[in-house]
Design a protein around this ligand. Structure first.
Ligand code: HEM
Length: 508
């Protein structure tokens, strides 16, 4: 296929110079910033920020981060305390941990209140190569987006529509998994999560009309995580060019869908997918809708697929737990029992998302999965000079909070690495939330807007799988999660093989 971006072939010495010059500049900049003190935010002499150091000077932490970023963060926190700097060359972060950090970090808005931290600015820096800048530079859009997402993904009426689609797709997918023999669990979870997102967010017409969308999205997400795209996208490598082609094709599809909905409203009236809801509620933002839809798929997909897979893997590979979960979801009292109507399943999902009552066992397992496989890094941008814990943070600093580190605090969680769903009594969970020790969906103004939606997705797949099938994990032990390059919930370092056998009257 013809490349969409024609890159002139450059002489080797020029190519080498092109590569080496920015690297030298980067190293010099890093060296200078390490040797000069941070700017004070007040008259008080600030405490000095401690930078994490290991291995070779300057580049050591970046090398270590590539091997096991999650291990590095735990180690840095142990050695340096609740606030530390991490220099990854391409990006520098100041990590903050602990309840006070939690309060400060998650109260961040966009410089509109007394808080100096901004969510949008930080996200823009990290994702403009994926979605462009249009969502961040169009006046009024962030507010409009918040309203439309909260309503479009969160009300009982809209979620009830999605619940019907989810149950239909899950039944279909699990029957196919059972036919396939041993499946790669996380690859299948990813496919299922993507199909659900396309059907619920974009509509069945898009799912049928653009069958290539799933594979395109899969490639888009995988390439987006690679250093050639995430950090060195400016260099015309083959990977960066491939990513640019895929991104262009995805936007072309989404623009076609959105234009069609705007231009022929009568033909699409009555559709109940999220895209239609946005089109009808954001008539002035036509140019932004494709980027908004893609960013929502991005926010949801990997976290959904990862949580889905790890919970299935943990339950199915622990005989006693599997039996207990199966017994519960096969009992008549389960709110998602076969034959329950979609609106009561939806209400039950909303109640589970809010921890309104004592959680059923499978949901406690879900909470433990969220804890153990927490997102590694969330970010905020410092909009004006400030300080945290006596440490000066100049404008332009990127502040980071790690749910992963927060969830593995040995002062809070006993046996931190053990999968133990018993931790989540209603009272225990309330205490964790009040004391700001559990944060899988974020908190405050920018807390996850897809939490209700994803709770229903996950609960339906887990219930259906453990109720209607006998699962068998073929791995002798579950692989470690791979945090390097993870865009959210991590995937395993090696495939997890799952076999499903449909339950029959005799096997029940
Ligand atoms: C288990 C699955 C999920 C997890 C663990 C998760 C986690 C999170 C977290 C931690 C944040 C806060 C980010 C921050 O503070 O910087 C967040 C934000 C967000 N999530 Fe999720 N998420 C999940 C699924 C979804 C799904 C399925 C959707 C939508 C389809 C979604 C949409 C969003 C959006 C739009 C935001 C940004 C909110 C804002 O802009 O204020 N998430 N999510």
């Amino acid at each position: 296929m013809e490349p969409l971006l024609q890159i002139p072939s450059l002489p080797i010495p020029l190519l080498v110079a092109l590569l080496i010059t920015p690297l030298c500049a980067l190293l010099l900049k890093n060296w200078l910033s390490h040797t000069s003190p941070p700017r004070p935010a007040s008259e008080q002499p600030p405490r000095k920020l401690k930078w994490y150091r290991s291995g070779l000077p300057i580049i050591g932490p970046a090398i270590e981060f590539q091997k096991a970023p999650n291990v590095l963060l735990l180690k840095a926190r142990r050695e340096l305390g609740d606030v530390f700097g991490l220099n990854l060359l391409a990006k520098r972060f100041v990590f903050v941990t602990g309840p006070e950090a939690h309060r400060w970090f998650f109260n961040g808005d966009d410089g509109t209140s007394s808080c100096e931290l901004a969510f949008e600015k930080a996200v823009q820096e990290l994702t403009s190569h994926l979605f462009g800048n249009i969502m961040f530079v169009t006046p009024g859009w962030p507010e409009r987006a918040r309203k439309v997402t909260v309503t479009g993904l969160g009300t009982l009426q809209r979620l009830t529509y999605y619940t019907g689609i989810i149950q239909d797709e899950v039944d279909r997918s699990l029957a196919a998994w059972a036919q396939l023999g041993a499946v790669d669990l996380f690859r299948e979870c990813s496919r299922l999560a993507m199909t659900l997102q396309i059907r619920c967010l974009l509509g069945d017409d898009v799912s049928e009309g653009f069958p290539e969308l799933k594979d395109l999205y899969y490639d888009f997400e995988h390439l987006a995580a690679l250093p050639e795209v995430a950090q060195f996208g400016w260099f015309p490598s083959a990977t960066a060019r491939r990513f640019a082609r895929i991104r262009k094709r995805m936007f072309a599809i989404l623009e076609t869908v959105v234009n069609e909905r705007f231009d022929r409203p009568d033909e699409h009236k009555g559709r109940r997918d999220y895209a239609q809801f946005v089109v009808e509620n954001c008539p002035d933002y036509r140019q932004i809708v494709p980027a908004h839809l893609l960013s929502l798929m991005f926010a949801g997909h990997v976290n959904t697929a990862g949580t889905m897979g790890w919970n299935i893997a943990h339950i199915a590979s622990d005989e006693a737990l599997r039996r207990a979960v199966c017994a519960k979801v096969r009992s008549e009292g389960d709110p998602f029992a076969r034959g329950a109507d979609v609106s009561s399943m939806t209400s039950a999902g909303i109640a589970i998302a809010a921890n309104r009552a004592e959680l059923p066992l499978v949901d406690k397992c879900g909470r433990e999965t969220n804890r153990l496989y927490g997102i590694l890094i969330l970010v905020r941008a410092v909009l004006k000079d400030t300080a945290f814990d006596g440490i000066a943070l100049p404008k332009g600093t990127t502040v980071a909070f790690s749910p992963y580190v927060c969830h593995r605090d040995p002062l809070v969680y006993t046996d931190v690495n053990k999968f133990d769903p018993k931790r989540y009594s209603k009272a225990g969970l309330e205490e964790l939330n009040t004391n700001r020790h559990y944060v899988p969906f974020g908190a405050g103004r920018h807390a996850c807007q897809g939490q209700r939606f994803v709770t229903i997705i996950l609960r339906i797949i887990w219930t259906t799988l453990f109720r209607d099938f006998e699962p068998l994990i073929e791995n002798l032990a579950l692989p470690e999660p791979e945090y390097y390059g993870a865009l959210g919930t991590p995937l395993p370092k090696a495939p997890v093989k799952l076999r499903l056998r449909k339950r029959t009257e005799e096997s029940s």
